[in-house]
Write a protein that binds this ligand. Structure first.
Ligand SMILES: Cc1cc2nc3c(=O)[nH]c(=O)nc-3n(C[C@H](O)[C@H](O)[C@H](O)COP(=O)(O)OP(=O)(O)OC[C@H]3O[C@@H](n4cnc5c(N)ncnc54)[C@H](O)[C@@H]3O)c2cc1C
Length: 443
């Protein structure tokens, strides 16, 4: 391979924080608010011009695992719940009406995330992409950012990796896994699209619990077209009423494209392929499903939705057995309660025959084995391929964000060592914030 030599250069340190959060998605935005409220000088870095992660940048929804999938109650409280209540007050979230689904408006989410982050006293650096890390052995000193202002460094006592892909931990040399343990296959990516002027009453019976989530009749029609070679593979299709807060609108989850989202050429290929698939699916829906006859495509998400990339090797790897048995941990810091939701290569979903009751996630799963002052939160925490498929949803990632930000602030009060945080103090503080960390707290 040809190489280009980049001369060594000094990077200006433009800011210094107690807690530096990289990535402002469901996990990162909540982590930043939690860290700042706990007295840490906090900076959150995000490559887009807004916070919210996959919710606004992938148009992914509804928010799942705020409530347990099978109706045990509300399993997420604290800062995420406060955020959703504020969104509800602005007409931007529907709580407690659609089973486990929280419908929401991504624009309201972006706005409320800004407000809560600033009110907490955290500083935002938007339009800034983390591109490298500066480490001294197992301690991470800071992160290099690229933006219109050039190449800059921010140093911090504790770094929270909330990139969804564990970019920071991986660049710091921490071990990670990817995909299925035998095949390496990762779950497919999906470009969400939104349709307007939909007759939701004719979409399929949206009030029938059998068809509320997956559009069963439409699925049969689509499958025939796939078998005849007329359409590409699809998933679902899922266009539940709960994917949006507005009548006459549908957020559709049906594109399925495979690749590695940490490989830029793969990512380019899947974006282009997915856009082509969207056009073909919309044409088909308009022609064959009465509710979509007069609809039009008003947007696709700013980027394709990524379900799975890296999962860090952490002090504890959560397994599907832990989930199936609702195992309790002394350092449990959040509850999950979503099905084991693996979208597979043939467009189907697997649930491993596991009926998921609310389960605990231990603090140790957020601690990358090779680092002393970094915490990983959100989708890529230490879990097996199957366990990840349950905890990856936004409600759980928000709860993991609150735990990560709170722990980071506690660590920053000392020398930044994340294993020096007393888990009993962390759990007590999380409960004080209203977080639900064990089954006794379910509401
Ligand atoms: C197609 C699809 C459908 C889904 N459906 C649902 C659903 O119905 N309900 C549900 O609850 N969940 C759903 N999920 C899962 C959920 O959206 C994600 O797993 C969740 O958003 C993960 O949260 P996170 O904060 O870990 O990561 P993300 O949401 O990915 O947020 C990471 C943030 O970090 C930023 N970032 C990344 N790298 C860098 C960098 N180097 N520098 C600076 N910023 C960076 C990103 O821009 C982003 O804002 C779905 C996911 C997909 C892909």
């Amino acid at each position: 391979m040809n190489i280009v030599h980049e001369p060594a250069r000094d990077i200006p340190v433009v800011d210094e924080a107690d807690v530096l959060v990289i990535g402002g998605g469901p996990a990162g935005m909540i982590a930043a608010i939690a860290a700042a409220r706990n007295g840490a000088r906090t900076i959150v870095v995000e490559r887009y011009g807004f916070l919210g992660g996959m919710a606004p940048n992938g148009l992914v929804g509804p928010i799942l695992a705020i409530y347990h999938w099978y109706g045990a109650g509300r399993i997420v409280g604290g800062i995420p719940w406060e955020m959703l209540k504020r969104m509800e007050a602005l007409g931007g979230a529907i709580l407690g009406k659609d089973g486990p689904h929280v419908s929401f408006d991504p624009e309201v989410l972006k706005y409320v995330a800004d407000q809560m982050t600033l009110e907490a006293g955290a500083e935002m650096r938007l339009h800034s992409t983390a591109t490298a890390v500066s480490c001294d052995g197992d301690r991470m000193n800071g992160v290099i950012l690229e933006s219109k202002s050039g190449r800059q460094a921010v140093v911090a006592k504790v770094i929270v990796d909330a990139t969804g892909d564990a970019d920071i931990a991986a660049w710091g040399g921490n071990a990670f896994e990817k995909g299925h343990p035998e095949t390496g296959a990762m779950q497919p990516m999906t470009l969400y699209f939104r349709l307007a002027n939909v007759n939701t009453e004719l979409m399929e019976n949206p009030n029938n619990p059998e068809t509320f989530y997956t559009m069963v009749e439409t699925r049969e029609l689509l499958q025939k077209a796939v078998d005849a070679g007329e359409l590409p593979l699809f998933g679902g299709p899922w266009a539940p009423k709960s994917s949006t807060v507005r009548d006459g609108e549908a957020g559709v989850n049906m594109v399925r494209v495979w690749g590695d989202a940490t490989d830029v050429l793969d990512l380019t290929r899947v974006e282009v392929t997915a856009r082509d698939h969207v056009q073909r699916f919309v044409k088909f829906l308009k022609a064959h499903v009465p509710g979509f006859k007069n609809c039009y495509l008003y947007d696709t998400a700013p980027q394709i939705g990524v379900r799975e990339t890296r999962r860090i090797c952490g002090d504890y790897q959560l397994t599907v057995d832990d989930i199936a048995q609702s195992r309790q941990f002394g350092d449990g810091i959040a509850l999950g309660g979503h099905i084991v939701d693996i979208h597979s290569l043939d467009g189907t979903t697997e649930q491993y025959g596991v009926r998921v009751e609310p389960y605990q996630i231990p603090y140790r799963s957020l601690l990358p084995t090779g680092m002393v002052n970094a915490i990983v939160t959100g989708r890529p925490i230490s879990a097996t391929h199957e366990a990840h498929a349950s905890l990856r949803v936004m409600g759980t990632c928000m709860a993991l964000g609150e735990a990560a930000g709170t722990a980071a602030a506690l660590a920053a009060r000392g020398s930044g060592l994340v294993r020096a945080v007393e888990t009993s103090a962390l759990v007590t503080q999380l409960k004080r914030q209203g977080a639900i960390v064990d089954t006794d707290g379910i509401q």
